[in-house]
Design a protein around this ligand. Structure first.
Ligand SMILES: CC(C)(COP(=O)(O)OP(=O)(O)OC[C@H]1O[C@@H](n2cnc3c(N)ncnc32)[C@H](O)[C@@H]1OP(=O)(O)O)[C@@H](O)C(=O)NCCC(=O)NCCS
Length: 188
């Protein structure tokens, strides 16, 4: 399979924020923005792999600035890293107020997408050609992110499962919660 450059799958989507995207205070729902991020990540990953892709995980989604109805949200996506079947898509989200020209960088995040064959098995994606120092740095940083994400997944799925209810309750002592188990559910 022929290697592809970062530029060959670079994708930008711009969407007008319409009233039906907003909550009662006129700000756009976070879920609407998440859906747009998923869409641009899919397009970028599908262009690189030439295949059907699924979203596996999402990192770094933060809503630093609110987005309002009437603004133009642009989502710029590029492939930062490829593994065997996975691709990490970096997304920069900006919102423009057309009347003033003011641009807000609302957030940057990372979607891990996996390419699949027709039968649902994992597909090996093309290698990534890194043509600039920015491409190289992003590949490196995303590789580190993949390693850290694995640690977090392992932590969530394994480490806590091995703890007893008592150990967990002891760990929560200095926290702002009140453990109020009924006698039938009490921690021994
Ligand atoms: C994600 C999925 C393909 C993993 O399948 P699997 O049989 O466990 O395969 P593997 O463990 O070999 O993982 C495949 C790749 O995904 C990556 N991956 C798996 N879990 C991951 C996670 N939690 N975060 C990031 N990457 C992950 C692996 O690192 C691997 O990457 P590589 O091929 O580049 O080395 C499978 O769980 C799936 O299809 N999930 C449903 C995805 C979906 O439908 N999403 C839409 C939202 S409903």
């Amino acid at each position: 399979m022929e290697a592809k450059s970062v530029n060959s799958s670079r994708t930008t989507i711009t969407e007008l924020m319409i009233p039906s995207f907003a909550n009662f205070s006129g700000k756009v729902h976070g879920g609407t923005l998440l859906s747009l991020m998923d869409k641009v990540a899919y397009v970028c990953a599908a262009k690189h792999s030439g295949a059907y892709c699924v979203t596996v995980s999402v990192d770094g989604v933060e809503f630093r600035e609110s987005v309002e109805v009437g603004e133009l949200v642009s989502l710029a996506a590029s492939i930062n890293y490829v593994g065997n079947s996975s691709m990490i898509v970096g997304i920069r989200v900006e919102s423009l107020k057309p009347k003033t020209g003011e641009v807000k960088h609302t957030n940057s995040c990372y979607f891990t997408m996996v390419a699949k064959n027709e039968d649902g098995s994992l597909m090996t994606v093309p290698e990534l050609i890194l043509e600039s120092h920015v491409d190289i740095r992003r590949f490196h940083d995303a590789k580190k992110l993949k390693e850290k994400r694995k640690e977090i997944t392992d932590l969530l799925h394994r480490e806590f499962k091995d703890m007893t209810d008592k150990e967990i309750s002891d760990n929560l002592r200095e926290n702002r919660c009140i453990i109020a188990l009924t006698s039938s559910n009490s921690v021994d």
